[in-house]
Design a protein around this ligand. Sequence first.
Ligand code: BDR
Ligand code: CA
Length: 313
Amino acid sequence: PSPIVLDSDPGIDDALALQYLLGTGLWDLKAYTSVGGNLPAEQTYLNARALARAMRIDADVPVHRGAGRPLTRLPYTSASAFHGKAGLGNETLPDSTAAHPTGSSAQALLRLSREYEGELTVCATGPLTNVAIALLEDPAFAHRVKKFVFMGGAAHVPGNITPVAEFNIWADPDAAEVVVSSGIPFTMVDLDASLRWLFRPADLAVLEAAGAGTALAARLLRVYMDAYRLHGGGDACPLHDPLAVGVCADESFITAAEGAVIVESASELTRGKTVFAPAGAHRVYYADSPTLTARLSITGRVALGPGPRDFVK
Ligand code: BDR
Ligand code: CA
């Protein structure tokens, strides 16, 4: 198994992402780092601890506390309308009794990037605050990480928190901008792909019949599906965060293109919008703007839609 860190704001689909990651058997989870997002940082930390206990990993996997607020903005509104009041549907899971380290999520990311230089995969399924703090403290973090996959952004489809922005990027656009312009080898798993990785009532029926090991996931998915139904998402819910975990192991979960991402952070109206410039084309678009051309020379992979693989079935 390869070393990985899951940086998350649990969150229902974040919880599913953790279970999926553990279930693949492909990864050696070195830390579960929480970040504020779906709920404030204190709550996502508690949720991460409780999930680590529920999935019986808390004796071996340290859980870390994320930054208390976004990089430069005021704390954002939470997403409890989708994830439940405390972030995990209707669950009240017992806290972990293991002794978790006091170091922050960003410190854990930095430490592990040194310990597993060139080997470490980082998967982020919440706002990019922790990763940006790590990069600001030590820009070489970008080059020690083997692969960085994050769920966030909406390059070619409307947003889900504003007409143009996806929640994770909107919640901390300044952090996202630090990350995509850092040179870290990233794959952005955005709404273009995740909104088409749908979990449907028939899938839920299979999960509910599967037994004790999937009971928590099934309960969480029932709540998530109801929330999407209530908010106009139809009779299905997207598996945003598990998709990012899938992409860590196998890029064929998405179709992707190489290019640069710029995050809009100056305007409140379009805050957190992700602008995608396909590789090569930017010299034409931005020929007169030395700053933009320089930023655009940093490229990553961006999802353009779902791939041929389907992990729901
Ligand atoms: C993202 O926002 C959060 O609510 C989900 O957990 C996911 O990471 C989707 O926009
Ligand atoms: Ca999330």
